[in-house]
Write a new protein. Structure first.
Lengths: 333, 258, 444
């Protein structure tokens, strides 16, 4: 069951073979190889991010998502403190995420972000862009200081940035699955509310749909997903999974549903390719490279290829179209 | 059911600065009302307050006996074209379908019958062949019709149009006037924020002239006079503006020069 | 390890010197550029540009590890150039996405931010297990490691900061014009594109200097906080640059100061913790505290000042209303009568009455308050303003006589002497108001 020594195509073949036999009932979850867990975690998180990312991009809230990805650090610290002092939970490892921590921390950080950014903007009358930037950098700085004090290890910080998918565990799979199901459920159930509040907030208000509630819900989802993804890809790289697939998908379609589906698809595809490549580099060249980094690199190249080759909106397609129309204009026959 | 839309002593402020001050007028049903005034006079603010998007500081809004909270969902709003993100991945059909959302509730989806209604409305505005098109592909006139269709689907009694005649060609202009006539003949009341003074007499039967405060409101022949136009667009209100500015500064806690 | 380190030692001690001075230089550079970015309302561009340096840094270190191991003096320059090129590429991509692909600004920024960081992480991982020491060198750029700066860094940063300062000094008017109205400036014929490109390169330079001190992740804060603080204190652009630079330099110094001394303090108080506070985040926290204080306490725009002024105005309204009332009723009134008539709480009424006595408007005789001459004059003036305003509304704005009173009740407290003169001129010094009451004359 191990992927040791396989190259890129070997990994893909083996993965789908295992997948097929899993469906056929010949395999059980207990025997998953680490590569398979990696792929599954990345696919689940990727799809979650693609779902919320599509709306975040359309609502121009990606910077707020970036903001949340920084404030979760302090959210986690506060959640730890609360759980330890009030509920006497003992935390063995600082960044072991379990469900309670996830819920509490995401709730705290999304509230903090929204409330403080709004406070600086409306009460203290600071420009909107400066409010967002100031709030998250400062909260992150405070978070680092607190983490340094509590864990005596300032290198924890780097692990947050890039995660550690090479240490991924079956428990992470549970969290990733939970997040996937919640995000899918919320997106499906509230699709039209999300659509209307994203497209025309005035009309939403007129239709008695609360803009504030759905903005907050989206941010809460973002917060929970980012924290859940902490282990897998780390904080800033989650942003890549939130932003890149929707932008890629947008190059192919003008419809929201297709865009979301395509974003999920590219995200999942990128995940599989990245893990396979990572194994490939290890097996063939002996280079243990960062899988998380590879995920981003793959997503970037998928996007880049789409910019060039997408039908109708791609650069080449437009060039071709212009050339053709110039030719036909010159020769009306 | 009363026959009038009444506005009483309406004051609306934005950021502590009064944008509309003490507005008071009545409009009979089935009127086509033009809202006239210079830039920054509060025309869009009046519309947004009447439809319930903004909270007034004081005053009452009365739609045939109901207040605008009860009327939510029954007011059609056709926004300014420039305030819409035409790049958004959404089709004509999906935009018009939004007209159903206020009645649909949180968890339900539109039924087949309701979807057919959407198509009917589109057909009535000759937009049915664009139902599946991306909104970014529409022409100016089609864009206007899009939001009218949405408002029609709501079975609205009162319609608000924000600058519908900006940057459109003659054909579309005629189209919109025809839509106005059609709606009025069906018993609807229309409010239109308008900027072109030359066309007021042709389009509207009633006019509301404002410049932060009400200058005049009533039938076009009586009220749309040179005298009122001077008061609306003229300089006599300069002292008033300065006083308003001072008021807002003092409420904000900012220094104002003695 | 017991005594706290006094502030001058930060400049004299060879260990602390380089770190402190280069932090201060970096903060100066970034706070100057922060003002430019702030007035253009593109404060978040620092976030994208700083993350965009990361792949350049990683590749430079890779190169150094491979090629330049024998010439360590070259490192800072290679790193600088690598970071610069990488960040400029990031900027180019942002512009491309916004202009050619119609991507919204925030998405473009987040795209570049995350993608470039991802590439950086990927490149860096090449060294993670094979050359852990070199890997550490890359890692430290995430949060900065001011403590390991050398004199070469100080000199390099000093030169770059000087360039930035000179740029702003010599091109001040152009920067102001472009920030305010780019279109118009272009029409005037100024070389807007050239200046914009230069501005961009200098922002990138400021970012690149800064990440050594505060790191990639926190750099954007230093491109926002000092300018935001400065804006609260002044409306004048040149003063804004000065304040911002000042706050930047202080943050740079105090960040170092606190990170070292607080660590020492914590070592004494809680020796088991073995804490060593990182400098980068401390610099940022200091800068943010300064900004927060400015937002709250600034003399004109600060929150506290605004709230205070509002309260002051409310008290003024109260005092003037009491004055009017006393004038109209004529006789003296007791404290209780005043309280009841105006429905005010006793403690507030006490303050109000004291203020009025201080101002000489009223005096106390036999437990009753009566108006002084000064008070009478003031009351007359207020009534005059009230009635003038009523006349204005009635004659010029077409208000009905019964509707003018409410507005006048508010305006009588607000109309300045200047406005009063204009009103009087416009209305040709009327003698009667719409209710046929006499309007007191201008000076009596």
């Amino acid at each position: 069951m191990s992927y040791w020594g396989l190259n890129f195509f070997g990994v893909i073949k083996h993965f789908f073979y295992t997948f097929a036999s899993f469906i056929a009932g010949n395999c059980s979850i207990e025997n998953l190889a680490i590569d398979e867990i990696q792929v599954l975690v990345l696919v689940f998180i990727g799809i979650s991010c693609a779902l919320i990312g599509s709306f975040l991009v359309l609502r121009k809230m990606t910077m707020l998502a970036n903001s949340i990805s920084h404030t979760i650090l302090i959210g986690i610290v506060i959640a730890h403190v609360i759980l330890q002092w009030f509920f006497f939970k003992d935390i063995e490892k600082p960044f072991q995420i379990d469900m309670q921590l996830l819920m509490l921390a995401s709730f705290i950080s999304s509230l903090l972000t929204l409330f403080l950014t709004d406070f600086f903007n409306r009460v203290l009358k600071l420009q909107k862009d400066a409010s967002i930037g100031l709030v998250f950098t400062v909260l992150f700085a405070i978070g680092i200081v607190l983490v340094t004090i509590f864990t005596r290890n300032s290198h924890i910080g780097s692990e947050i940035i890039m995660g550690n998918i090479d240490m991924v565990h079956k428990d992470d799979l549970k969290i990733a699955l939970f997040l996937l199901l919640s995000n899918v459920l919320l997106t499906v159930v509230f699709f039209k509310e999300y659509l209307i509040t994203s497209f025309d907030s005035n009309f939403a208000k007129l239709s008695k749909i609360s803009n504030w509630a759905f903005t907050y819900l989206l941010l809460l989802q973002t917060s929970a997903t980012v924290i859940g993804a902490l282990r897998a890809v780390g904080v800033v790289l989650v942003l890549a999974l939130i932003v890149i697939p929707p932008l890629t998908a947008r190059l192919y379609t003008n419809r929201l549903r297709s865009m979301i589906l395509l974003a999920c698809l590219t995200s999942a595809l990128g995940a599989i390719i990245a893990v396979a490549l990572s194994r490939h580099f290890l097996s063939v060249y002996g280079l243990p490279l960062s899988t998380a980094g590879l995920v981003v690199v793959c997503q970037f190249f998928i996007w880049g290829a789409s910019v060039l080759f997408a039908p109708k909106k791609g650069v080449l397609a437009k060039y071709f179209f212009n050339a053709v129309s110039r030719v036909t204009a010159a020769n009306p026959s | 059911m009363k026959k009038q839309i009444n506005i009483k002593n309406l004051t609306v402020s934005y950021d502590r600065k009064p944008v509309i001050w003490d507005l008071d007028f009545s409009i009979p049903r089935q009127s086509c009302v033009g809202i006239i005034g210079p830039n920054g006079a509060g025309k869009t603010t009046l519309v947004k307050t009447m439809i319930g998007l903004l909270e007034p500081l004081s005053g009452e809004i009365d739609f045939f006996g109901k207040d605008n909270v009860e009327m939510k969902g029954k007011i059609g709003y056709v926004p300014q074209r420039k305030s819409i993100d035409w790049d958004f991945p959404i089709t004509v059909f999906e935009v018009v379908q939004m007209g159903l959302y206020s009645t649909l509730g949180l968890f339900k989806r539109p039924s087949r019958r309701e979807k057919e209604r959407v198509l009917e409305v589109l057909k009535s505005l000759k937009m049915d062949q664009f139902a599946d098109c991306h909104i970014g592909d529409l022409s100016g006139g089609q864009q206007q019709r899009l939001f009218v269709a949405r408002a029609l689907l709501q079975d609205a009694d009162v319609f608000f149009f924000d600058e519908p005649f900006v940057c459109i060609d003659k054909t579309t202009e005629q189209l919109i006037i025809d839509i106005f006539k059609q709606l009025v003949s069906e018993g609807k009341t229309l409010f239109v924020v308008h900027h072109d003074l030359n066309t007021v007499k042709n389009y509207f039967d009633t006019v509301v002239m404002l410049n932060t405060r009400l200058i005049a409101a009533g039938p076009v022949e009586k009220v749309y006079t040179m005298e009122n136009l001077t008061k609306t667009f003229g300089q006599g209100g300069l002292i008033f503006e300065e006083a308003l500015n001072l008021t807002s500064k003092s409420q904000e806690g900012l220094k104002y020069n003695e | 390890m017991n005594k706290l380190i006094p502030f001058w030692e930060f400049f004299t001690d060879p260990v602390l010197q380089a770190s402190t001075i280069s932090s201060m230089l970096m903060c100066l550079a970034s706070s100057i550029m922060a003002v430019i970015v702030f007035i253009k309302r593109r404060s978040l561009i620092g976030e994208a540009l700083s993350h965009a340096t990361y792949p350049g840094i990683a590749l430079s270190v890779l190169m150094c590890a491979g090629l330049f191991t024998k010439a360590p003096g070259v490192f800072p320059f290679v790193l600088l150039i690598g970071a610069l090129i990488s960040s400029l590429l990031g900027m180019r991509l942002i512009t491309f996405m916004e202009e050619k692909l119609s991507v919204k600004s925030d998405s473009a920024l987040c795209f570049v931010l995350s993608t470039f960081l991802g590439f950086g992480v990927f490149f860096a991982s090449r060294l993670q297990f094979s050359h852990p020491i070199w890997f550490q060198k890359i890692q430290m750029f995430l949060y900065g490691q001011a403590a390991t700066m050398l004199s070469i860094h100080v000199i390099l940063y000093a030169i770059l900061t000087l360039i930035i300062a000179l740029f702003v000094v010599f091109l001040f008017y152009q920067i102001q014009a472009i920030g305010f109205d780019k279109m118009y400036t272009k029409v005037l014929g100024l070389r807007v594109n050239l200046i914009e490109s230069l501005t961009l390169i200098l922002i990138v330079i400021a970012v690149v200097i800064g990440i050594r001190s505060v790191g990639v992740v926190l750099m954007s804060g230093m491109l926002i906080a000092p300018a935001a603080a400065a804006r609260q204190l002044t409306n004048n652009l040149s003063k804004m640059f000065l304040f911002s630079g000042f706050f930047g330099v202080i943050s740079g110094f105090l960040g170092n100061y606190f990170s070292v001394n607080l660590s020492i303090y914590l070592m004494q108080v809680r020796p088991l913790w073995r804490v060593s506070l990182p400098t980068g985040p401390m610099i940022l926290i200091v800068a943010a505290c300064i900004t927060f204080l400015c937002l709250i306490l600034a003399p004109n725009r600060g929150l506290v000042t605004r709230l205070y002024r509002r309260q002051k105005f409310q008290l003024k309204v109260l005092r003037e209303n009491i004055l009017k009332e006393m004038y109209k009723t004529g006789s003296g009134q007791s404290f209780i009568q005043l309280g009841r008539r105006h429905r005010i709480f006793a403690p507030i009424l006490l303050i109000v009455v004291c203020l009025m006595r201080l101002q000489g408007w009223i005096s106390k005789e036999n437990k009753l308050y009566i108006l002084s001459d000064k008070g009478t004059k003031k009351a007359c003036r207020i009534i005059r303003l009230h009635r003038l305003w009523e006349v204005y509304l009635y004659t010029h704005l077409g208000y009905l006589a019964e509707n003018v009173h409410k507005s006048a009740e508010e305006m009588e407290h607000i109309i300045t002497p200047n406005l009063e003169k204009k009103l009087s001129q416009l209305l040709k010094d009327p003698k009667l108001d719409p209710h046929d009451q006499i309007i007191p004359a201008g000076d009596g």
